[in-house]
Design a protein around this ligand. Structure first.
Ligand code: EPU
Length: 337
């Protein structure tokens, strides 16, 4: 029997730690419970939202609808050879515990994605990425339940239309499907990806290079610049790193010779949003209880008691400054509700 809670506090369900409520809240531990919840929802004329770890969401006010959260567990081996292993993983599994599980078994592919907050079921939505790896690199397919028809569906990797912090689940299928399981393929013959930033340098502290040490190095780097959500409310990168035309980049470089940049295959250039925000003078600054993290300007934080509206106001002021100074529009990565 599913329990639907009323006027439920979301303080522990959003990593910004905002003290807001939703009208109804329920979790589901299997597909049947999910279908039951979706049927109940059909008879109420209210909005529906699915949340995972609440690590990429900014609530600006109470949510007058039903929030559902997967608690579907389980890591099942679907196929295993000498070279690789295919897994089917429940949407409710904690992402980082899952990464640790794979690293402990010496299955390679997600070690660079260590310590990212959130659930397995939400990792495909924004195609989580860090240190030169994106989760799309290891996803085989995604299982869902269609909200309208309650039918089970599967989306192969290419059908998910993954891009930089993008997928079909953020666009055409937004609000239409609930992810129940994600299938992954991991390698037993490892191809380490160590070229991003100072990952290689951090690994020099270790005697050898293996999945466990890469995981630990990534954890150390993340801990040195990203605030821990349990201590300081935040949702990781607040904005996406913008991609600009080569000409725009060259114009910026004339004035700022050291502008960090990543050339893309289409000749566009990606400029770190954290750099743009720092140049615009926002690093470590605050407006009321909302602030820009002092070690990574891409992260907005709740200094305690901030509201979502305050953080959103700060974000918009940052967007204006960066636009005035560089003519670049920063796009929010966080989902504003
Ligand atoms: N930079 C600054 N000032 C800052 C922050 C960054 O000048 O305050 C510049 C530095 O030149 C630095 C460069 O930006 O070398 C890149 O910074 P960093 O390595 O911290 O990465 P990022 O581009 O800011 C992205 C992801 C992170 C991910 C890291 C590492 C996005 C939106 N963010 O950040 O993802 O952990 O790379 O791969 O792409 C997240 O999505 O929540 C997240 C934390």
């Amino acid at each position: 029997m599913i329990e639907i809670k009323e006027n439920f506090s979301l303080k522990k369900y959003n990593t910004f730690g905002f003290d807001i409520n939703c009208r109804y809240f329920a979790s589901f531990s299997n597909e049947e419970e999910l279908k039951e919840l979706l049927l109940i929802h059909k008879n109420k004329n209210i909005p529906l939202m699915v949340i995972g770890g609440g690590s990429n969401i900014l609530f600006t006010k109470n949510f007058n609808g039903l929030i559902i959260q997967p608690t579907i567990c389980g890591i099942e081996i679907i196929n295993e050879t000498d070279d690789s292993v295919d897994l089917r993983v429940g949407a409710g599994e904690n992402w980082d515990s899952f990464v640790e599980y794979c690293v402990n078994r010496n299955w390679g592919g997600v070690e660079n994605l260590s310590l990212i907050p959130g659930f397995v079921g939400t990792c495909p939505i924004q195609n989580i990425g860090a240190y030169g790896v994106e989760v799309k690199d290891v996803i085989l397919k995604v299982e869902t339940i269609d909200i309208e028809s309650l039918r089970k569906q599967e989306f192969a990797n290419t059908e998910c239309r993954f891009g930089y912090r993008e997928s079909i689940f953020k666009h055409d299928l937004k609000g239409k499907q609930v992810i129940t399981y994600v299938h992954f393929k991991f390698n037993k013959n490892h191809e380490y990806k160590l070229n991003y930033g100072n990952l290689n340098e951090e690994l020099q502290k270790y005697e050898s290079i293996n999945l466990k040490n890469i995981r630990n190095a990534v954890i150390d780097i993340r801990n040195s610049k990203l605030p821990k959500p349990e201590e300081t409310g935040n949702a990781g990168s607040f904005f996406k790193n913008p991609e600009v035309k080569e000409a725009v980049f060259e114009k910026i470089r004339q004035q700022y010779q050291d502008v960090p940049n990543f050339k893309q295959s289409n000749n566009n250039v990606k400029i770190p949003a954290g750099w743009l925000i720092e140049q615009a003078g926002w690093k470590g600054k605050n407006i009321g209880n909302a602030a820009v993290h002092n070690k990574q300007a891409l992260v907005l934080i709740n200094r305690g008691n901030a509201t979502g509206a305050e953080v959103l106001y700060l974000a918009r002021e940052i967007q204006k400054s960066v636009n005035n100074q560089f003519g670049i529009e920063l796009e929010m990565e966080v989902n504003v509700v």
